[in-house]
Design a protein around this ligand. Sequence first.
Ligand code: ZN
Length: 290
Amino acid sequence: MRRFFQWLACIALTAGALPAHAEPLKVVASFSILGDLVRNVGGNAVEVATLVGPDSDAHVYSPTPADVKKIAGAGLIVVNGLGFEGWLPRLVQSSGGKARIVIASEGIAPLRLGTAADPHAWQSVGNAKIYVSNIQAALSAADPAGAAQFRANADIYLAKLDALDREVRDAVAKLPPARRKVISTHNAFGYLAAAYGIEFIAPLGVSTESEPSARDIAGIIAQVKQAKIPAVFLENVTDPRLMQRIAAETGARVGGTLYSDGLTGEKGDAPTYIDMVRHNIRALTRALGD
Ligand code: ZN
């Protein structure tokens, strides 16, 4: 019997000395929201680097030499997919890295945004749960020794996302149905709208890439009045003065910032995915409540 335990201890020591256990798996996430999801599933068994950091816009991102280095040294690359990271294939090619690329949105039901797929699938908490499952499977495949830990971490995080989803549904249920619509400068909330029943209306003729003209603003003001939109929202990537002027001329409430495509830094309103969803739903219910 004693010999059996000695043998067992020997096996355990040998397993502990395997290189896969010695170093955390290096994972590159394409943007801050994915980075947060990977950290929650990977825990201290992974080392996560993000390419598009907090308060940055992935749509107009230009990769840096530091990104090439991150990709070259990665064991796994996690991307959103759905056309979100148009700049990624060239970056991966120029890095010469051979890491597996995991598409976190695999398996969600895509919505359309104009003629293309709407990439902002994470704005539904139900979809974020699919992201988490995909990330868990990918981490486990890349580091089988960590699989049990990844599963345990994912289970804890998925329970938090379930609670978050209920929180959002309860908050929306309390809003008067006629007031469940807002105008937002960045058309990034299609999945939130579909999942929770708040209508997001894009201001006509305004994009995040260019500043609107006086004529654009007049058009938006007419739009807000005509559709009786109770609240207008700013995004962290556009000029807030535009929406403030619209609110002043229409009487619509200015709802503050909704975060769509990126988290904030540690001291901001939305340093994690859960914080972001909670911040957005509070901002929406404050603006749309009686
Ligand atoms: Zn976007």
